[in-house]
Design a protein around this ligand. Structure first.
Ligand code: ZN
Ligand code: ZN
Length: 335
């Protein structure tokens, strides 16, 4: 079978290798579609903190496919089932895993990073690490379930508090930021403002009907009870949220920040700001995203998928296009 590897920074090669063999508790999936994730662009560029080229495994964790083999211990998964991958593999022993929160597991592995990924003809995954696609959800749309699970999970964090807001600011109009905005508009009818400075992404957010600002202060002025979803991972943006008056009531952080980055506690306390961290998602969130993709919402989400679908041989181009942000927020590869 074919699989991709990042051989040196900014250089992808598609190589021939042997097909995965079936193990107890696992299923083999013929991969059909896989999305390119922002975190993988860091691996591609050689700037990811943990995974460096040459990569041991193919990347790819936003995938769907058809089950082509399954072990005896199948947990209700059958050959021919259309599934989406749940990339997060917890240790199954810690307090977090016992609570169904593999996203918090300290010894978790992620398919496409520490385990073989889905930019390949086949992948072997634990039977518990897949979700059946509803019949209304195509294999192509199913490749959006994993990023959508991040969105569903982060919005669910709002349930932890009695929030009063109907105004939301999303910083960063990438795939996650736009998906949050689309989801909140669809489900909660929120008044949504987006902060973005990149011209292409700004235009995309405007074309989707959102109010776009280049400055957080402008969006926050004279409004109360605002919830901010931080999706840039940019320290300057984070500081500008925390130090603004009037301040948002609640800040949910989805952007990936460096371990060494800090947040100004004095400014947080001064404004009594509620800050909630977000870490990926759980299987339940992917199931909820699958239900969502069986509704009209999928028409909304399709608007932020690139018009061009790449092939496995075109992986190099796919990653370069994702970096340039040229052709839509989400790049998909058909395997
Ligand atoms: Zn991802
Ligand atoms: Zn664990």
């Amino acid at each position: 079978m074919r699989e991709m590897k990042v051989v040196t920074p900014k250089q992808i090669r598609v190589v021939e290798t042997t097909n995965p063999i079936i193990r107890n508790g696992q299923a083999i999936i013929d991969v059909k579609y896989c999305g390119v994730c922002g975190s993988e662009l860091h691996v591609f560029e050689g700037t990811h903190p943990k995974v460096k080229p040459p990569t041991q495994f193919p990347l790819g964790h936003e995938a769907t496919g058809v089950v082509s083999d399954v072990s005896e211990n199948s947990e209700g998964i059958h050959i021919g089932d259309r599934v989406a991958i749940v990339p997060l593999v917890g240790c199954q022993n810690c307090v977090y895993c016992a609570d169904g929160k593999a996203n918090l597991c300290v010894d978790r592995h992620v398919i496409g990073f520490q385990l073989p990924g889905c930019f390949a003809d086949q992948v072997s995954v634990p039977v518990g690490n897949m979700v059946l696609l509803p019949k209304e959800c195509s294999l192509q749309d199913g490749a959006l379930l994993e990023p959508m699970a991040v969105v569903v999970h982060s919005v669910r964090l709002l349930d932890k508090v009695k929030y009063q807001s109907h105004q939301v600011i999303v910083t960063g109009a990438g795939m996650i930021g736009l998906s949050i905005a689309l989801y909140l508009r669809y489900t909660h009818k929120f008044d949504i403002h987006i902060i973005e400075i990149n011209e292409k992404r700004k235009k995309m957010a405007q074309d989707l009907g959102f109010k776009v600002h280049t400055d957080i202060g402008e969006a926050l002025s004279s409004k109360n009870h605002i919830v901010v979803f931080e999706c840039t991972g940019n320290k300057k943006v984070l500081d500008s949220i925390v130090e603004n008056d009037p301040a948002p009531e609640m800040l949910i952080i989805l952007g990936t920040f460096d371990r060494t980055e800090d947040i100004n506690i004095f400014e947080l306390c001064k404004r009594e700001m509620l800050v909630v961290g977000n870490q990926m998602y759980n299987k339940e969130d992917i199931k909820q995203a699958a239900q969502l993709m069986a509704t009209d919402f999928k028409n909304e989400l399709q608007k932020i998928v690139s018009d061009r679908i790449y092939s496995l041989e075109e992986m190099q181009e796919a990653f370069e296009a994702a970096i340039q942000g040229d052709s839509g927020a989400k790049i998909l590869v058909k395997i």
